[in-house]
Design a protein around this ligand. Sequence first.
Ligand code: KG4
Ligand code: ZN
Length: 328
Amino acid sequence: MTYILGIESSCDETAASVTLDGRKVLSDVVYSQADIHKKYGGVVPEIASRNHILCVTQVIEEAIGKAGIQKEDLSAVAATVRPGLIGALLVGLSAAKGFAYAIGKPLVPVNHLHGHIAANYIANPDLKPPFICLVASGGHSHVVEVTDYNEFTVLGATMDDAAGEAFDKVARVLGLGYPGGPLVSKCAEDGKASIPFPRPVQGLDFSFSGVKTAVINHVHRLEQKGEPIIKEDIAASFQAAIVDVLTSVTIEAAKQKGMKKIALAGGVAANKCLRTSLMEATGENGMEMYMPPLSLCTDNGAMISCAGYYAYQSGMRAPLSQNAIASL
Ligand code: KG4
Ligand code: ZN
């Protein structure tokens, strides 16, 4: 029996979780700072670090308590080491180091995006590599070929903005608030996708900065002409552009690789429109679709614990001198 404690602090969620043998979640504690950053319209790195410091120990203790195990039962401590906000990452990683050292167990480094992909293993006990995974979060958007539990090949990626970043920026332009993804999505429910925003794709790479600029220009034009700004239609049209691009590159990647299994990961995976679009497209192409429940799409500790389990099994270890790394 392998119990792994997973610790996540790469952005504005302080999270810890204990899993058993990778896929059974015994506890999953997430403390979100979203309400704190809301008033600034986005995550303020310095404030994020300070708030991680305030609650990281409590979140870890709660995760172990809820799992109903003793610290000594843990096989290893896994922590997100990259990518993310450097100050935020350092808090979770330092806590993980101290904890691992105190209980005399190894420290396992986890890439945050591998964690997002691993959320699919928790939700689908039968899912095994290889498969194609669309990873769309606030900072990254990639089409990944998952060849094995610890082997990944990036097939396509955004050439500029990440999908979540585009959602957050458009939410700001429309005055909807933060975090933008869920608010744009909610607003879009009452709108018509009637505005043809651009959908640039080059092979398996794509771009979202043009869509964002097109939304900004569209709003400015309406303002200058004194015409009404129907936020709902703009949100629905923007969302349709993003979803079309992400769906088409994912299906194309699967076709090119002859892959029949597709998974979805990252905060943007919580988008209902994207989930429906991929379900339909995979169905039409005779492919199987896997996606985590909404709670496992946005940042959490269970996905880090699960990815940590597979890294631990393959012998991956981090020294106590392990640094956090902001980049992918
Ligand atoms: O994966 P995540 O929690 O953090 C990062 O690793 O970046 O993703 C956060 C991103 C934010 O940009 C947020 O606006 C977006 O995911 N997001 C959504 C939805 N829920 C969260 N985007 C679109 N639709 C949603 N329902
Ligand atoms: Zn994330």
